[in-house]
Ligand binder design. Structure first.
Ligand SMILES: Cc1cc2nc3c(=O)[nH]c(=O)nc-3n(C[C@H](O)[C@H](O)[C@H](O)COP(=O)(O)OP(=O)(O)OC[C@H]3O[C@@H](n4cnc5c(N)ncnc54)[C@H](O)[C@@H]3O)c2cc1C
Length: 400
């Protein structure tokens, strides 16, 4: 197990020791927690920020680095499930999230190989071709650019591998996910956040709004932080410390691999088979590829970051459909844990039954489409008591 983006990384800050007080505590140092800690620090607060491993060790440093618009559902299906107005607004939020991430890359000078080359959706069946065409039409109607590529318009490498139709979304992006999150973390710490890595939150005692105690364990022993408010950004792991999420956010595993540098082949991030399969080539020419979870969905659940040999083999078989990749060795294999919410949308805002605690979790495999704004929204809830983004994805939709 050697996640490509995490090579050589380890905790760089001291674990928490002893009992402390703070205005606000942030739990989790993935994209969402980094964004929350940054926004809180920029608002003049001094958050204490706790992470049980190190910055970006969770899904945020194990993903494919796609910055996509929309949810895991294709747009036409999102409209069918959510209704047109809601689907359009959710889609709009993800595009705003991308714009805000791009702005942060520039503002903080984050070296994360960010590019905006668009993304390509490929159909694996006649039925999926119909769905992609329908989706592209609905996107275009709503003012979201989408170009259908069929016949000779589809680049030869995809045609040679058996694909017949794709849709290019020119506004999507890609980046080195761990370097982006670590750049945000440096900015958050410069602005006044105090980070403690290797510090696991074992319990949250929410005595009442304005008085919450977070209990921790780690190599420095037990610790605690008493605060007015706590922001939980632990996505797939949320149910472990907040019972409310135990039956609302399910941990789901995703397999990934990376190859040695290969000849330039893929012009942008690609996802196929209803989003189950995805790959791109980074700035060094390495192919980063993941997915195929639908081969064994009942096994690919839980928080153990283990390899699935059958899925990993099928991923390599797929790579070999591209003649130029047949002799390129796989150098890295890993897995990561996504937090799937029951309706496929993030869950943001005050946590029922835990006064003084707010959370942003359940990004359902598309956290780089939502979690940066979700983290900012958590900071808005702390500093202003409200947030349009959190209002769009409230926990109360599940009943209390
Ligand atoms: C294989 C894979 C591929 C993916 N590909 C993409 C993609 O290309 N594009 C995309 O948009 N999304 C993708 N995703 C999803 C995306 O990575 C996540 O939605 C996103 O990273 C979630 O960010 P987060 O900060 O909410 O959670 P995480 O990054 O998981 O961060 C949560 C953090 O909380 C910490 N933590 C948990 N419990 C505790 C505790 N008790 N105490 C202290 N700390 C704790 C964890 O260690 C972790 O660092 C992928 C995910 C996987 C696994």
């Amino acid at each position: 197990m050697n996640p490509y983006w995490l090579e050589g990384l380890k905790p760089e800050t001291a674990p928490l020791a002893g009992d402390h007080r703070a205005d606000v505590v942030v739990i989790g140092a993935g994209l969402c927690g980094a964004s929350a800690a940054l926004s809180l620090a920029e608002a003049g607060l001094a958050p204490v920020w706790l992470e049980r491993g190190f910055v970006s060790v969770g899904a945020s440093g194990r993903n494919a680095g796609f910055v996509l618009q929309g949810t895991a559902e294709r747009y036409s299906r999102a409209i069918a499930v959510m209704g047109h107005d809601r689907a359009r607004r959710v889609h709009g939020w993800s595009r705003e999230n991308h714009a805000a991430m791009a702005e942060a890359v520039t503002r903080f000078g984050i070296d994360c190989a960010y590019q905006k080359r668009g993304s390509l959706q490929l159909a694996c069946s006649t039925e999926e071709e119909g769905e992609l065409l329908e989706s592209a039409a609905r996107l275009a109607e709503d003012g979201f650019p989408a170009t259908v590529l069929g016949g000779e318009d589809l680049p030869a490498c995809y045609r040679d591998a058996g694909f017949r139709l794709g849709v290019h979304l020119p506004d999507d992006g890609e980046l080195h996910p761990a370097q982006f999150v670590r750049g945000l973390s440096r900015a958050a710490r410069s602005a006044g956040a105090t980070l403690h890595e290797a510090t696991s939150v074992s319990r949250i005692d929410a005595q009442g709004a304005g008085d919450v105690t977070v209990h921790t364990s780690g190599p420095a022993g037990a610790g605690s932080v008493r605060a007015s408010l706590v922001v939980v950004c632990t996505n797939a792991y949320a149910g472990g410390i907040l019972p409310f999420f135990a039956d609302k956010v399910d941990p789901v595993r995703g397999q990934m691999l990376a190859t040695a540098p290969a000849p330039a082949l893929f012009g942008c991030p690609v996802y196929a088979d209803h989003g189950y399969d995805y790959w791109r080539q980074d700035e060094h020419g390495r192919v980063v590829l993941g997915g195929w979870r639908n081969l064994d969905p009942s096994a690919e659940v839980g928080t153990d970051e283990v390899l699935h040999d059958g899925i990993q083999s099928r991923m390599v078989e797929f790579l070999h459909r591209f003649a130029a990749l047949r002799d390129v060795p796989v150098t890295h294999r890993w897995s990561g844990t996504m937090g799937f919410s029951r309706d496929g949308l993030p869950i943001c805002g005050p946590v029922p039954g835990a006064p003084g605690v707010v959370a942003a979790v359940g990004f359902t495999g598309h956290g780089f489409g939502f979690a940066f704004l979700a983290g900012k929204a958590m900071a808005e809830l702390v500093t202003e008591g409200r947030s349009d983004f959190a209002d769009a994805f409230p926990s109360r939709r599940f009943g209390i």
